[in-house]
Structure formats: C-alpha cells, structure tokens
Design a protein around this ligand. Structure first.
Ligand code: UTP
Length: 472
C-alpha cells in the first residue's frame, strides 16, 4: 500500500484530524484514492472556524435595532394595472429567451425517507407522475406558449448526481431537449462530532453533507452555468425547489415585477398560517433584506406581534421561490467566503474503532449549510416580494404525513384542481365536509393557470365517479 500523500498527512496533522487515516492499511487503492480526494476537497480553515463558532461555543444572535415587515406586493391579478404591466413584461422576457430555470435538487431528503432522489418521488396520486416529470410538464407548457427554450439548470450533489442523471436518461428527459438540461454539482461539507473531529461513515469515506441550497451560488459560477446562460442570452433565472409540486416555474407576473423593478433577486412570500408556523420570515433588519428562520422566533419576539386588527404584522413566510439575475449571481459569488453558515445537530451513522457502522440514537454530528435566502442582504434595490396564495403554488413535500407532506400536498392540489373543474362548469363530487371526493390531477402540459384550463376544457367532459387524470 503506497503511503498517504505527505502533503495530505501534513494538512491533517496541522488540523488535528489524522484519525481519519486510521483504516488506511485496510483500504484498496480505489478507496484510498477516494478518501484522499475527499480530504483534499475540505476547506480546513473554514471547518475550524465553524467548529469554533458552532461546536465549541454558540454564536450570539445578531442584534437589530429595527425589524420591519418587508413591503409586499399583493397577489397578482390581471385586473390590476401594475399586475398587467408585470405580466406583459414577464411574457416579453420569455418570448425573448431571457429566462432560465434553476432547480435545487441536491438535498438529502432525509425526512421523506424515499430511496432515490426526491424528484423521483411519484407524487401524482392518479398518474403516478414524479416530481421531476411534473416540473418538466410545466416547462413543456411554457416553451410551447412562448416559443422559447428554457435552459433547465439542476443542482445535484455528489450523493444523488448519478441517480438523478440516470433517472432523466431512463425517462428520456421527459421529452425535453437533453442539451437544454444541465446538471451541476454543489459542494460538500464534512460533518464533525462534538469534539470538532471529522467523522468516517465508512473506513474509507468521510461523512459529508451537501453545503445547503446556498451552494447554488458558487455552484452556478464554478460549473459553467452562468457562462452557459450568458451564451444563450439568458439573464434571468427562475429558482425553485424540487419538492414543491405546485410551483409555477417562470411565472410571468413574478418575472415582470422583478424586471420592471430592476431586481437582482426577488422573492415570493406567503401568509403564515399562524405566528409560530415553522417557516422563515421575510423582513428588513436595520434596513437590510433578511429571512429569519423560525428557530429564531424567540430571539426576535417582535416577529410574533399582532397589529391592531389582531393580524400578524410579519406575515411574509418564505416558500423558497425566487427570481435571480445572472449578474447578481456573479456579483455575490465574490461574497461567498463571507456567507453566513448555519448548523444543525443531527444523527449521522459513523464507524467505530473496529470499523463497524454505528447508527446513533441521539444527534451526534454537526452539519454545516448555507441558505440561498441569505444572499438577499446583498441586493442593491428595494425588496421585490410578491405575495402568493399557497394553494396551487406552494405544497412542499418534506415527509409523508403531517404538515408539508405528501398527503397534505395531494389534498391541496385536489382542492385546487377541483376549483378549476368547477370554474369550467363541471360538478365535482365532494364529501359532507366539502372536500373533493375523488383524486384529481390536471397535467401542467395542458394548463398552468385556471383561465387556461377553462379555455381548453370547453366542450369536453370527464367522468367524475372515479379518480381523474386529465392529460396534456
Ligand atoms: P430541505 O432543506 O427541505 O432539505 O431542502 P431536503 O434535502 O429536501 O430534506 P431533509 O431536510 O433532508 O429532510 C429544500 C430544497 O433545497 C434543496 C433540496 O433538494 C430541496 O429542493 N437542497 C437542500 C439542495 O439542493 N442542497 C442542499 O444542500 C440542501
């Protein structure tokens, strides 16, 4: 067995991490090389800084003199002149081919516990269509409608890159042009234990996690996404997350508000269901645009205050839907080394000194991540925050049951599509409680908006005594 590269050993010694080599005599050549590659990818200075901040101590919360609600544009309706203007501007940008899509799909999906990439989850209760396919169907619709090509940049991580790309290949890219789909990898961060030591998940493998959805900023620059966008004449990116089944990709309203207001990064927001709902809050902290996490509500109790009418002042929840300009991505790339990091204490399997895998019962590891919304603080313009109704736009799937779940998402989409059918003059069977009594799916290839569906439904009818899948 050749000795470990002396440069690597030196680095590990300098940072007190040589224990990760303790099984090296048992590794074959490929495993040894892979471990060295992982070690070389670690930014040890950064890890030390994070261990000092998060593991040895607890960071003191930032203090702000003033936390104000972010100004919010009410839900867009064509009847309102500003919304009409935004819609027209958004449509124009789509026709001109200025728009691309960024999907972040590099997460580990631990709560859902699904084998395989989260986007391969068969969300459609009738069609069995997967999240990826639903997103692809929306892209088909937008491309057809505006005669444009939407490059689809998909962020994956080391742990799901291969499986994700295979899934796309096996499904023939869902009928989209493979050259318009570009996968790019985000960075990885090592997990550390309570002593700040790197952990091994196998004798020849460090336990690592993707560096958070904030990793899309360096990921897009380092992996040629921004260059590809530049070459295509794309300057405006519609950002969404893989687990939001309902998201309206490349929404003309949202694009238009962003463009007309000179946006670098814009956000959709939704009304929180209740003050303590587990969702980040958009606000202005001493004038700077921030999203404060729900875990920090007790640090900033003003976020729970009600107005004179008993309504939550800070209602703007974060559905993680943005428009980001490519110029802004290039600009904030230079700030990435100053990005705030977040830390989570989690259960991470590791190997003990005998090389056996241990699955801990209690959190034993610290994971470090960056969040994309943290770049909002760098925008050089007034916030652009467009309110949306959750139903039909935001149904994130974090787990099978409960809030933000598969079950909740299906119920929400049943209600949503039932309303479309009723608007088109059909009678949808409902339970005594008023809930649709059948499962309903309407392909986004056919319609993305209620008005579009009503137009296309004219003269058609469907049996309503069984689950319904209306194809594009
Ligand atoms: P979540 O933070 O909900 O994580 O990601 P997750 O991986 O889906 O699920 P859990 O927390 O492990 O249960 C929100 C979105 O951000 C993406 C996810 O793929 C999802 O689309 N994401 C998250 C990344 O692309 N990279 C990351 O490092 C983290």
């Amino acid at each position: 067995m050749p000795p470990v590269d002396s440069a690597v050993r030196e680095i590990l010694e300098a940072h007190g991490q040589t224990h990760v080599l303790r099984f090296q005599d048992d590794l074959n050549e490929d495993e040894r090389r892979a471990l060295l590659g992982q070690i070389e990818s670690v930014d040890f200075e950064l890890v030390e800084r994070l261990v000092e901040t998060w593991v040895r101590r607890q960071p003191s919360p930032e203090r702000f003199e003033r936390i104000e609600p972010v100004p919010v544009i009410p839900p867009a309706e064509l009847g309102r002149p500003d919304a009409r203007e935004a819609w027209d501007a958004g449509e124009e940008a789509l026709r001109q081919g200025r728009v691309g899509l960024v999907l972040v799909a590099g997460g580990q999906g631990t709560r859902l516990g699904f084998e395989g990439p989260k986007g391969a989850y068969p969300i459609g209760p009738v069609s069995n269509r997967t999240l990826f396919e639903y997103h692809a169907d929306k892209i088909h619709n937008v491309q057809r409608r505006y005669g444009c090509r939407l490059p689809w940049y998909i962020m994956v991580s080391e742990s799901n890159d291969e499986a994700t790309q295979r899934f796309f290949r096996e499904n023939d890219y869902f009928g989209l042009e493979p050259r318009d789909i570009l996968f790019f990898r985000q960075g990885m961060m090592p997990c550390v234990d309570a002593d700040g030591k790197l952990m091994l998940e196998a004798p020849g493998r460090l336990a690592m996690n993707p560096n958070g959805h904030g990793g899309c900023i360096p990921g897009m620059v380092d992996n040629g996404v921004v260059r590809d966008a530049d070459e295509r004449g794309v300057d405006t990116l519609s950002y969404f997350q893989v687990d939001n089944w309902a998201v309206k990709v490349a929404d003309p309203f949202f694009l238009g508000y962003h463009l007309l207001r000179g946006g670098e990064m814009s956000s959709k927001v939704h009304r929180k269901n209740h003050p303590r709902e587990s969702v980040g809050v958009h606000c202005l902290c001493d004038g700077e645009y921030r999203v404060i996490e729900y875990t920090e509500l007790d640090i900033y109790p003003q976020l729970l205050e009600l107005d004179d009418d008993g309504r939550l002042k800070h209602f703007a929840g974060n559905p993680a839907i943005h428009i980001i300009s490519t110029g802004f991505v290039k600009r904030v790339y230079d700030h990435f080394d100053r990005f705030p990091w977040h830390c989570a204490h989690k259960k991470v399997p590791y190997v003990d000194d005998e090389g056996k895998t241990v699955s801990p019962e209690q959190p034993n590891a610290y994971k470090f991540e960056t969040f994309v919304f943290d770049v909002l603080r760098y925008i050089g313009h007034e916030p652009v925050a467009l309110e949306i109704h959750r139903q039909g736009e935001y149904t994130p799937i974090k787990q099978y049951e409960g809030s933000n779940s598969v079950v909740a998402a299906r119920e929400s989409m049943n209600r949503h599509w039932a309303e479309w059918l009723e608007a088109a003059g059909h009678r949808v069977p409902r339970t005594d409680g008023g809930v649709p009594a059948i499962n309903i799916e309407i392909s986004p290839r056919l319609a993305l908006w209620k008005e579009e569906f009503v137009g296309k439904a004219a003269g058609r009818s469907w049996p309503m005594d069984r689950d319904l899948w209306i194809e594009g």
